[in-house]
Design a binder for this molecule. Sequence first.
Ligand SMILES: [Zn+2]
Length: 240
Amino acid sequence: MSDDSGIGPAASPGDAREPARPRTHKGQGPTALLVVDVQPDFLPGGRLAVAEGDRILPGIRHLMKSGTFDVQVATQDWHPPAHASFASAHPGREPFEVIQLHGHEQVLWPDHCIQGSPGAELHSALPWTRVDAVIRKGTDPTVDSYSGFRNNWGPGGRRPLTGLEGYLRERGIQRVVVCGLARDYCVRWTAEDAAAAGFDTVMVWDLTRSVDPSGDEALRSELEGAGVHIVNSDTLEIAP
Ligand SMILES: [Zn+2]
């Protein structure tokens, strides 16, 4: 991959970042960067805004331009109107209520990331020309999809695959580095599914933000219990 970027510490606003300290997260096999759902609807001002979601943009941009990754994949939440995950599709329900859908808990969200709408675009602050593939998810009107690897549970009680695992395997990928939004939903599910699929999985904690930060401590231990390595971006070796 060609790289015309200047390599240096990420210029993250308000973030007194230490210089990158080389550590163990390089040279462990072909590695993919997964950039999860960085779309205007999930950023401040969007329809399902994650607090401080804009703070992660400079660091993700730095990773994408670093030339470090063998493959880069973006996920894009991409719902038809009246999607089953929208509160508006369930009369009498409000956003953030939890219902049973196909036998599992489903959070009801404000309408967001509607196919073709400006809020569903890949955010213009990131260099998407660096990305090899975009996985669109949540396209089934009746099933949500937090993870880039599989949908949530559908009517058959299964979580259908998106094809991302096969794509990464065919490219020889052994290790994935996950960042994006939101930490406690789509990033979490993507990382857990990556680990379950047998990839060495790293979540870049400071390049994610949660819908509900009060759950972050429990989330961190649950992810570690699922085999996900949690790091901060200053401990990723990203300069060649
Ligand atoms: Zn969604």
